[in-house]
Design a protein around this ligand. Structure first.
Ligand code: G3H
Ligand code: 13P
Ligand code: ZN
Length: 349
């Protein structure tokens, strides 16, 4: 199957009532881990690259690795998504390279740190939507701002400072025509999200429910959705790592989100933890090893295991064969003739 649009994956997920994991990659081993997990669980999947990933791996390497994935796993619906685009130009360059969907994160200014105004966010997101839809590419916008800065995205703080306002979410969806909407509900990127198992005082799942009530057909996106499992933290610390005690987003809260309109679930940190623990283990237990394959193979296997588990938990497992690819050219026609709607259905308060 060729690379497909994330919009198609999310429309299908909405029909089936499940969520789709969007997993970040920076190299070949991470792409391989995700594709093997998708094959084993028969899952459609979104692979995403941040600006940092594009700079680290170089665009052409990433793109051709993704083409190889699509070629090797023709049975898996697969989209290539830009994570946290910071400007129109970043989104445009991703689309020109071959990404099949982009996130325009206009909740922050182009520095990726300073909260933008609502009007600035609407303006840049709408510009990206117009450019993208003409080319059959889908767009994720963000309203409200995530916490944390450790990976370069976010306004800092706990994640509670800039929660999504449901009324603004409605206005944003109406004015921009985005295909999916990332919401800020108290999560942040990275390993240090919560200092204890989160409850409703720090993780605002009721906001997801409220936004879904107002925008019942809009695909919602949860960022910062790693669960930061204790067993993966423990392996790292057992083999010389120094992670402080921390909590992520419990899977059952993500599943509650999925029952309330969440269709895309962003996960990066859990993969990083799995990889790091596996590599540390080899270095400590077999210090004589120096062939990268000796530690990258277990690292890849550890990532595959956590991704396959998430695919099952998010409900995408078993759905790879449900549908056929819609070409990007046909997606462009769909946006142009209105069969792919960009006007959200809005319910009264
Ligand atoms: O948005 C956050 C993702 O975890 C990507 O992180 O910018 O360090 O590649 P990154
Ligand atoms: P985590 O850091 O929780 O994995 O979040 C990743 C993310 O939201 C990427 O956009
Ligand atoms: Zn994110």
């Amino acid at each position: 199957m060729p690379l497909v649009s994330t919009r198609q994956l999310l429309d299908e997920a909405a029909k089936g009532g499940y969520g789709v994991g969007a997993f970040n990659v920076n190299n070949m081993e991470q792409i391989q881990a995700i594709m093997e997990a998708a094959k084993d669980t028969n899952s459609p999947v979104i692979i995403q690259a941040s600006r940092g990933a594009r700079a680290y791996a170089q665009d052409n390497y990433l793109y051709h690795l993704m083409l190889a994935a699509a070629e090797l796993y023709p049975q898996i619906p697969l989209s290539m998504h830009l994570d946290h685009g910071n400007s129109f130009e970043t989104c445009k360059s991703a689309i020109e390279l071959g990404f099949t969907s982009v996130m325009m994160d206009g909740s922050l200014k182009p520095d990726g740190k300073t909260p933008a105004t609502f009007e600035e966010n609407v303006e840049v997101t709408k510009k990206v939507v117009d450019f993208s839809h003409e080319r059959g590419i889908s767009v994720e916008g963000e309203i409200g701002v995530l916490g944390g800065v450790e990976d370069g995205h976010g306004a800092g703080g706990t994640g509670l400072e800039h929660l999504t306002d449901p009324d603004q979410a409605v206005e944003f969806a109406e004015r921009t025509g985005v295909d999916s909407l990332a919401v800020a509900i108290g999560t942040s990127h990275g390993a240090y999200k919560f200092t204890k198992k989160p409850d409703g005082s720090v993780l605002k799942m009721e906001l997801v429910i409220a936004i879904h009530k107002r925008l019942p057909k809009t695909h919602l996106v949860m960022h910062g959705s790693s669960s930061v499992p204790k067993d993966l933290q423990d392996i790292i610390n057992q083999y010389g790592g120094k992670l402080k005690p921390t909590w992520g987003v419990p899977v059952e809260e993500i599943q509650l989100g999925i029952r309330n309109g969440v269709r895309k679930v962003n996960v990066d940190t859990d993969s990083r933890l799995a990889i790091t623990g596996a590599i540390r283990k080899v270095f400590v237990e077999q210090p004589e090893k120096f062939d990268p394959r000796d530690y990258l193979k277990p690292a890849r296997a550890a990532m595959q295991k956590v991704i396959a588990l998430r695919m099952t938990q998010f409900g995408q497992a078993g759905h790879a064969g449900d549908y056929k690819a819609i070409s990007i050219a046909d997606m462009a026609k769909g946006y142009a003739n209105g069969t792919l709607s960009t006007k959200p259905e809005v319910s009264a308060k």
